[in-house]
Ligand binder design. Sequence first.
Ligand SMILES: [Zn+2]
Ligand SMILES: [Zn+2]
Length: 200
Amino acid sequence: MKITIVYDNQADEGLKSGWGFSCLIEAKEKILFDTGDSGENLIYNLRQLNIQPESIAAVVISHNHWDHTGGLKEFLKLNNNAKVLHPKSFSKPTEISPGVYSTGTLGGLIKEQSLVVNTEQGNLVITGCAHPGLPKIIDKAKQLGEIYAVLGGFHGFSKLEKLQGIKLIAPCHCTKYIQQIREKYPRQFKQVKAGTVVEI
Ligand SMILES: [Zn+2]
Ligand SMILES: [Zn+2]
């Protein structure tokens, strides 16, 4: 199972950075999770990373904030066959593609879904901004099995002990306490940005 960070606040050389998040999940099908804040930059990064927009089966939008939906329109111009899965599509955990699940919509004012992806090591949880709170997302994701890794925007998440036992921790995008997470979990911490590939 392979994840490529396509869009993030930080980027490898040769890629565009911007306030936003997007990653490509290569499970049985290719799924794009979120689309960053700019269609132009999203498409640029996809091209640079040799990802064909037409090869993507579904786009999952974590929540309706511009830094996650900004590239959707441009993307759909290149691939209007992709399924688009908004948070409102799901009220409970649902398999959306073989081995890939939505947590279902969580949160009060800001509705958000996260993904849970089966890997050989255990489940990978992918978050957009984690507005419902990472602990809530983790608890929900645990219903689908043991969590091996968590990746994405953790927002203001500060109850760091909640990450105990997770083997791979890859906060990015809007994560406020990235430095504290790195200090508490130096062996589990992985720095990721646009261009990073994680294989599990
Ligand atoms: Zn947000
Ligand atoms: Zn965000």
